[in-house]
Ligand binder design. Structure first.
Ligand code: NAD
Length: 254
């Protein structure tokens, strides 16, 4: 119960990782603002059953106004705002050579601009309170160029996630570092969890052989990402900022 009395916004809360993060923060005692394009009724019910207060919102993170409304609703409904976990994202696959311009724009809009706009919207109340924990979700694909072993299987590049996805996530890593420095003096930490392949809707199409690429021999679990987020979202992580925390089963080590 390290987050008792704290209020956390989780974007992408209806997805595999977002739902696990929301449940984990609720277990730690946090009241929740759940934000997603899709409904989060089931997660909201679980959190309420744990005794937490919940605001459940339909939010498109690509809109600045929608992010500002999200923050306003969270504060009005729950009285304060301490934590943002920016999980909302979309997957994108296929070769760079034929990538449609509209697909590049869609991925950048959700996975990079959306994360920035969610972060930007929480800065004023966090600065005013001189307290904040921001956690973004990056990816191993921001670091490894997509294909873990091109010399063995060239078709893997198309399945690994594409250049737009990797570039957007690399952007998330960079914005995490910039915000960490900009906000540190106001006791606001900004960190990133960078997962490898996690069993969720996003990776449902991945072949079983992907497991062989991971030293631990299995996909990760959303709960394992949530555990890392919970550490960074808690008061205890006050001296940790600008960290990109890999949760990738050893698939990429740097
Ligand atoms: N699953 C993986 O292997 C993996 C690995 C590395 C990083 N990630 C990242 O983790 C995050 C969550 O992934 P997941 O596996 O839970 O995927 P998911 O598809 O289960 O969940 C993503 C959620 O984001 C929501 N969303 C999409 N666009 C949105 C928008 N414009 N506004 C608000 N919400 C929106 C979706 O409705 C969905 O509920 C993503 O940022 C993803 O890129 C996932």
């Amino acid at each position: 119960m390290r987050m008792q009395g704290r209020v956390a916004i989780v974007t992408g809360a209806a997805g595999g990782i977002g739902a696990a993060v929301a449940r984990r923060l609720a277990m730690e005692g946090a009241d929740l603002c759940l934000a997603d394009l899709r409904g989060c009724a089931e997660i909201a019910a679980d959190a309420r059953a744990m005794g937490r207060r919940v605001v459940d919102l339909t939010v498109d993170v690509t809109s600045k106004a929608a992010n500002e409304r999200m923050v306003e609703n969270a504060r009005r409904g729950l009285g304060r705002l301490d934590v943002l976990v920016a999980v909302a994202g979309v997957v994108s696959m296929g070769p760079a050579e034929t990538l449609a311009e509209a697909e590049w724009d869609r991925v950048m809009a959700v996975n990079l601009k959306g994360v920035f706009l969610s972060c930007q919207a929480v800065i004023p109340p966090m600065r005013a309170a001189r307290y904040g924990r921001i956690v973004t979700i990056g990816s191993v694909l921001a670091k490894n160029g997509g294909n873990p072993r091109p010399w063995i299987d060239r078709t893997e590049q198309a399945r690994a996630g594409n250049v737009a996805y990797g570039a957007a996530k690399a952007g998330v890593h960079a914005l995490t570092l910039y915000l960490a420095k900009e906000l540190a003096a106001d006791n606001i930490t900004v960190n990133c969890v960078a997962p490898g392949p996690i069993a969720s809707a996003m990776t449902a199409a991945l072949p079983d052989s992907i497991r062989a690429l991971l030293p631990v021999g299995r996909l990760g679990r959303p709960e394992e990402v949530a555990d890392a987020v919970a550490y960074l979202a808690g008061e205890q992580a006050g001296f940790t900022t600008g960290e990109i925390l890999d949760v990738n089963g050893g698939g990429w080590i740097d």
